[in-house]
Structures are given as C-alpha cells and as structure tokens.
Design a protein around this ligand. Structure first.
Ligand code: PLP
Length: 385
C-alpha cells in the first residue's frame, strides 16, 4: 500500500500555492527576506500581525528600521528610497516656515532648498559652526527648523549639536541633523539634543556601494514625525525588501568598518600634511582643524573616514592627481569599503562653495600604508604644477 501523502489539489494548484502561507519553520541564524507585498487576514477578519500591505508594512524594511532606531537611541526610524527622499520628507512635512540651514550643506539638498518653486519655506543659510550666526538668523516663534550637517561634506566643518539645539529650542524650532558622515558609531545627534537625525544610508550605513537608501530617526513620536511617516507611506518613497536586507547585512559590520576607516583616515591625514603638493589637509581629527575640540567631544571614538586635500597647484594639480592614483577609485559617493577620490567641484558645478583645488577622499578598508603610498605617488607627480 502506498502511504505517501496525496494532495487534494491538482498539480497546478500544488505548484502555485507553494505549501501555503508564511515562512517555512526555521531557526535560521541569518535574517530572512520578506518579499511579500501583501499579508493574510486572520480568520476573525483582523490583522493581528500588524502587517497588511507591503508599501508600509514590509518586515525586512522594519527590521532595518529597528536596527537604525536602536543605533541612534531613537524612538522610531523610517527608511526611504534614498537620502534625498528622507531629507525632503522632513522639509515637505513641515508647515510653511522659516528654516536655518548650513551654507556648506550637502550640495544636492542645498540646490533643492535654493529652488523656491520646490517648497514653501523661507531659508537662511549660515555658518553653522558659529553659534552667534545661528543666533542672529533664528526668529523666535517663526523659525520651524534648524538643519545641521556635521561634519559637513566636503569641508568637514564641525557643528556643536548641543549648542545649536539649545539655541533652536529656545526659539521654538526643531533640529534635524544630517549625520551621514558621522554615522551612529561616532555621534548620536539625538543624545546631543537634536529631534531628528537623517542618514544617506547609501554611504556608511550600508557601506558596500550597492544600495541607495535613506533613513530618518526620531527622538519622539511627535506630530511632525507622524506626518513624515504618513507622507512616506502615501507617496511611496519606500525602500524595497532586497535593499533593506542588504542594508541590515551592511549594518552588522558598521561599527568595525567605521572605526577602522577612522583610524586609517587619521593616519593618512597626518602623513599627507608633510607632502609638498598639499596646501592643507581638512580633517576634524587634526589638532589644528577649527572644529577639533568640539569633534573630540562629539565624536569620542573617531573622527570619521572622510578627509579633503587642498593642492598648492590648484585645480589642474587636483584633477591630474586624481587621474594618477591606481588603488583609490575615481568616483563620487563615499562610505564604502573601497577607497574613493573625487575632484568635488567638478561634480557640484557652478555656484558650488567647494574650492576647485580640493580633492575629497573616502577611506575604505584597504591597508592604510598601501593607500598612502598610492596617493603620495600621485601627489609627487603634481608637486611642481
Ligand atoms: C549622499 C548624501 C545625501 C543624499 O543621499 P542619497 O542617498 O544620495 O540620496 C545627503 N546628505 C549627505 C551628507 C550625503 O552625503
């Protein structure tokens, strides 16, 4: 007698239903990817799992969000399809207001804020490293938001988050910090008094140059925070589950990567200071950097993996040196495991406050001695330009 199980269904049904609803029972060590766009109702017509529809309830996306919320000491976090989508969600969820933002903020956001047809706000740009400038730009009861970016890209200007948050809160404004460069390994802006923190997760959080994503994390479940999440869910600026899974995997080595990249960057910055082609090394870890003391307090376990060089030979020397390195890859973006070099003014274009003799370096996980020798060799070639 054949006691093998027999299905009540036709082969076509057996194949289509793939053993029915949900995950196979498993004690998998590694997180699974929830690719479902929809979830099954309970027999009593409810949704006790809390998962209804993929645009807002994807379990893999929520796992990465919880990871980021914990890392930032936040009440809640939300992922977006890019860093730009995350940042712009803050600006568009705000009722019409006055915003104070840094003059040397991430250029993509600065360009967006400077385009009056894109939003309803009035924006004042200030040197955020100077609390007196922030104080005089604030309008009590009228300024709704102060945007911080520290260290700022690509000059690595350091902002005292606690000081600016105090000034902003006295004037009745909220504070959002773009902490893409610092990462939660080096700074937790919410602990220093910011209300929101933003990340381009494309950079260090994912860290492998294979996902475009953005994140916001909030100190509390404020009215603004609910509006941000509602808008994200309605407008569909969401992250896909495969990307969220890669982000979760990248986050598992965030601490090790960022600390090692900070150590290598500090070493390279120190050694490059003596190179005759280099006029200045911009790195918050160097004692003569204007923001060094604040950075030392705000970034106790490292000054980050980003630095910039200003070349004595100007724009021609900068572009030539970038073309002569072998190990560093000549590409935009940063925060990945591979080291990148970029002539920043070339990509920012007209109107950029970025000096044209500047090379931006993103230090990866290669051996720092190899990285230094490769770069120093390229700089040797432009010493007399
Ligand atoms: C890259 C970047 C952004 C924008 O993020 P995307 O993921 O590219 O949309 C915002 N802020 C900073 C500081 C960045 O470096």
């Amino acid at each position: 007698m054949d006691d093998r199980p027999s299905s009540p269904f036709q082969p076509r049904t057996v194949a289509t239903r793939a053993l029915g609803v949900g995950r196979p029972p498993s004690t998998a060590l590694t997180p699974s990817i929830d690719v479902s766009t929809t979830y099954v109702r309970d027999p009593d017509n409810g949704y006790s799992s809390g998962h209804v529809y993929g645009r807002k309830d994807n379990a893999t996306v929520q796992q990465a969000e919880r990871q980021i919320a914990e890392l930032e000491h936040a009440r809640d976090a939300a992922l977006f399809g890019s860093g730009m989508a995350a940042a712009i969600a803050v600006f568009t969820a705000l009722p019409q207001t006055h915003i104070v933002a840094p003059r040397d903020m991430y250029w993509g956001l600065r360009v967006w804020l400077q385009s009056p047809h894109r939003h309803r706000h009035e924006v004042s740009f200030v040197d955020m490293s100077r609390p007196d400038e922030v104080r005089s730009a604030l309008r009590a009861g009228k300024t709704g938001l102060v945007w911080i970016e520290t260290p700022s890209n690509p000059l690595w200007t350091v902002t005292d988050i606690a000081a600016v948050a105090d000034l902003a809160h006295r004037a009745g404004a909220m504070v959002c910090a773009d902490s893409t460069v610092a990462t939660p390994v080096l700074t937790n802006p919410l602990v220093f008094g910011a209300d929101l923190v933003m990340h381009s997760a494309t950079k260090y959080l994912n860290g492998h140059s294979d996902v475009v994503a953005g994140a916001l994390a909030s100190a509390d479940r404020s009215e603004l925070w609910s509006r941000i999440k509602d808008m994200r869910d309605q407008q569909g600026a969401v992250l896909g589950s495969f990307d969220a899974w890669l982000l979760t995997r990248g986050l598992r080595t965030l601490d090790l990567r960022v600390k090692e990249q900070s150590r290598s960057a500090a070493l390279i910055a120190e050694r490059l200071r003596g190179h005759p082609a280099v006029g200045a090394v911009l790195y918050p870890g160097l004692p003569d950097h204007p923001g060094h003391a604040i950075a030392a307090r705000q970034m106790p376990s490292g000054f980050g993996g980003m630095l910039s060089l200003r070349l004595r030979g100007g724009v021609a020397a900068a572009i030539t040196a970038a073309a002569r390195v072998q190990l560093w890859r000549r590409a935009t973006s940063f925060g990945g495991i591979e080291s990148l070099i970029e002539h920043r003014a070339s990509i920012e274009g007209k109107g950029s406050p970025c000096p044209d003799d500047l090379l931006r370096l993103s230090v990866g996980l290669e051996d720092p001695g190899d990285l230094y020798r490769d770069l120093a060799g390229a700089l040797d070639l432009v010493t007399h330009m």
